[in-house]
Every structure is written in C-alpha cells, then in structure tokens.
Design a protein around this ligand. Sequence first.
Ligand SMILES: [Fe+2]
Length: 205
Amino acid sequence: MSQQEGIVACITRDHRKAETLFDLVSAATTNDEKKKYFALLIKELSIHTAVEERIVYPVIPSVLPDGHQMYEKLLADHQSQKEVLAELESLDVTDPKFNTRFNFLKENVLTHVRETEEKDILPKLEAALTLKSKMDMGANYERAKYTAPTHPHPSAPNKGFFGSVAQVLSAPIDSLRDAAKGLHSKEAQAREDVVKAKAQTEPKA
Ligand SMILES: [Fe+2]
C-alpha cells in the first residue's frame, strides 16, 4: 500500500485480487499453472479472511443496527470457505473432485464478497464510521497481514482473544510450511502474472 487507505478501499482491493486469482485458476491451461495460482489464492484468501475476522468483523455488532446477526453470518460464511479451502488444499489439482469443489468455493466466496460485503456491509460501515476510524482500521488491517496465517485453519477459534492468538501462533508455522514448499519464489512469479492479468482487464483511462 503506497499511501494510507480507509478500510473499505483496503477490503475492496483485496476482493478484486481474489477474483483475479479465481479467474486465473479457472483459466489455467497447465496443471503447473493451476497449482501456482491456487497456492497464491490459498494464501491471499487465508490472510484476507483472518484480518477481516481480527480487525473488521468485531466492530460490526457495535456499529450496525443488525450487527450481531451480521457478525454471526459473516463468521459462518468464512467458516464454510475455510473448510472447503482446506479440503481443496489436500487434493491435487488433477483430482477429479478438484474442479467441482473449486467451483463451489468460487461461487461461495464471490457471493459473500459481492452480495453480503460489498452490497450490504461495506456501505453501512462507510456511513457509520468516522473518517479517522476508517483510516485507523485500514492501517490496522494492513499491519495485521504480517501476523496472519497463510493457510486455512477451520478448527481454530475465530472470535475474540483466542481467535487473535490462534492467528498469530499459526502465522510463523504457515510461513515455514510455505518456505519448505518453495512458495515464496513461486509466489513472486505468480504476483507478476496477476499484475499483468489485471492490467489487461482494467479499462484504460
Ligand atoms: Fe472480504
């Protein structure tokens, strides 16, 4: 992030990144390409899910009129996404079940992102929070990514103090796991591909 952004812009940017990665996995023409983009998608979705749960979702019950109900629904959506993501992570991309479960996850995440968060939650947060709160939350959200898990942990607590502790404890273990798989170098290449893919799809000014 080159300059500080409010929380809604931070979340929206991550959503576009996740959508690009879903499309890259769907459009991959080789198994290696599919594995590379899927590994990056696992990482991006795991981080995004974790930092929303740690920084954004806990404020929802106190600032939105239907906040308690929304909070539980958002956590339930994330829980089912983590379960499917963990299931997919255990499959090879050539497994006959992979595409069906991947398409289920894609549909699930895109509905959550577009219908629940971008049409409902984010506009309500935009209206309910002060400019300072939105900027502070944006900064905290970006900072929390450094201690967020990079793999799904569907059995870990997702609320309150124990949820935050579970995330911080999982992060270094996940990072070692990524290093062992050589994900950090593969990720640099995949990131370049994502930037190129975005440049091709974004309208020219
Ligand atoms: Fe989100």
